[in-house]
Design a protein around this ligand. Structure first.
Ligand SMILES: [Zn+2]
Length: 132
């Protein structure tokens, strides 16, 4: 028998990890070396190099790409989680299938959520019964 509350807690666990991942991604900054400004990213220099007017576009550290990719990853995982939650709420009109097929689809999505949650299996809130 399916443990609905455990599944809901799994979804809540994933949602919380995604909130953290989004905050981490949004907080990504250019590297700054306070002891040696020349070792800082061009966009993060504060000493004499800052006078040269380096901006975000001058920095070749790849921060913008890494940040954008991290945010897209959060977005993709949220889409998977949302699809599962909409499915359990009976709100997946795009799934034109009978109840039995929808249940099978939801079971597959739940397995995917467990795979995703396992990424954070060292988190104190992770529960062993969610192990894929
Ligand atoms: Zn940089």
């Amino acid at each position: 028998m399916r443990d609905v509350s455990s599944d809901e807690e799994l979804a809540a666990f994933l949602d919380a990890r995604l909130d953290e991942a989004q905050r981490d991604a949004e907080a990504m900054e250019h590297d700054r070396d306070w002891d040696d400004d020349y070792r800082s990213c061009l966009a993060a220099r504060i000493g004499t190099m800052a006078d040269k007017g380096y901006a975000e576009a001058d920095c070749n550290c790849g921060l913008a790409e890494r940040k954008a990719r991290a945010l897209r990853e959060v977005e993709a995982k949220r889409a998977i989680l949302s699809r599962y939650e909409r499915g359990t709420a009976g709100d997946l009109p795009e799934w034109k299938a009978g109840r039995e097929l929808i249940e099978a689809g939801l079971a597959i999505l739940l397995a995917v959520l467990r795979d995703l949650a396992a990424i954070d299996r060292d988190h104190p809130d992770y529960r062993p019964e969610w192990k894929p």
